[in-house]
Design a protein around this ligand. Structure first.
Ligand code: 6XA
Ligand code: ZN
Length: 342
């Protein structure tokens, strides 16, 4: 399958995150992509394809204009007073406070984020734009008849809401792609999010819509980030009721439990009869992932790919999380190979 990739992600590097009360080097780092490229290259799963520029209009179909303006100017505002280190939010509003975009960059960072997971550096916005173009080029390929494609986006996207960044995610690449499929004539899209973390942003963007089914298999938010969304009793609302399905699983879950949830999610997707499938592909479900607590092993990703292939829909894989850098390439390549052989 075609693998869409750009070196522009390299601009998003040298940043930090707040982890368990400490500022540490970001787990979401450029080496992740290098390892994936190496593995899919060695297994000849390509060819590699450059993204085409799509501009911001398709991004603005799912994101608020004031949020995108903020992302595009945040680094300039952060450095205006001479700050020469990465930009990190550290203030958030509590319920009962006002939803106002302050003039101050520190106020803006808080207004447009829900955690300190989205650190920005000089090249962040360019990398984020490249990520959206990668996903949209995947939509181009599937729309022109490809059976599958892999959008190697970095940074990831599934935690980003319409107007809020968080969890390493700025623009929601999978949501931008799903909306683009709809705008190009798809009647029904399904998003299957297999990342270890709940895709709160994707759920939120499509929560009131029946055209985009969102299925999430993830760590129970009672135990795990993002904590405040992703429970089993979130079915969608209004016209979207019945078109959101969450499969929260406890820490320590291995492929036996995880695969059962995948079967249940696939049954829900089959009932939706989507014209096209998006897979938010995170491999932080891996047993040695440094920030996660599931127990999937590398051969399990072959089974995941094969099960998704059984849905027999045009499928765009969009990269999300996975931080065990030494295994990320194998696990992603196994998923894609399992799909191609499935
Ligand atoms: C919070 C953990 C951020 C999770 C990012 C991720 N420090 N999401 O992998 O899928
Ligand atoms: Zn994740």
């Amino acid at each position: 399958m075609k693998i869409i990739h750009s070196p522009r992600h390299l601009g998003h590097s040298g940043h930090v995150e707040l982890m368990n009360g400490q500022v540490v080097p970001a787990f979401e780092k450029p080496e992740r992509v290098a390892m994936i490229l190496r593995a899919v290259g060695e297994r000849q799963l390509g060819p590699f394809v450059d993204p085409q520029a799509h501009g911001l209009d398709p991004v603005l179909k799912v994101h608020d204009a004031d949020f995108i303006r903020f992302l595009s100017t945040a680094w300039e505002l952060w450095t205006a007073d001479g700050r020469d280190f990465p930009a990190l939010p550290s203030f958030w509003k509590a319920p009962g406070m006002r939803s106002i975009e302050p003039e101050s960059i520190d106020g803006k960072l808080g207004h447009f984020s829900f955690d300190a997971g989205c650190c920005m550096v000089a090249g962040t916005w360019d990398a984020v734009q490249a990520g959206a173009d990668i996903a949209l080029t995947g939509v181009d390929l599937i729309s022109s008849g490809e059976k599958a494609a892999f959008a190697l986006c970095r940074p990831p996207g599934h935690h980003a809401h319409a107007g809020t960044m968080g969890g390493y995610c700025f623009v929601n690449n999978a949501a931008v792609a799903a909306q683009s499929f709809i705008d190009r004539g798809a009647a029904r899209v399904a998003i299957l999010d297999v990342d270890y973390h709940h895709g709160n942003g994707t759920q939120s963007i499509f929560y009131a819509r029946p055209d985009v089914l969102v299925c999430n298999i993830h760590a129970d938010p009672m135990q795990e980030f993002p904590y405040f969304l992703g429970y089993a009793d979130e079915p969608g609302e209004g016209p979207g009721e019945g078109f959101n399905a969450n499969f929260p699983l406890r820490w320590g879950t291995d492929y036996e439990g995880w695969g059962a949830a995948l079967d249940a999610a696939c049954a829900r997707i089959e009932a939706h009869a989507p014209d096209v499938m998006l897979v938010s592909l995170g491999v932080d479900t891996y047993k040695d992932d440094p920030i996660s607590q599931f127990k999937l092993d590398s051969p399990d990703y072959l089974k995941i790919g094969a099960r998704i292939a059984k849905l027999a829909r045009p499928t765009l894989f969009v990269m999300e999380g996975g931080y065990a850098v030494e295994a990320i390439g194998t696990n992603v390549a196994n998923t894609l190979e399992g799909f191609e052989q499935g």
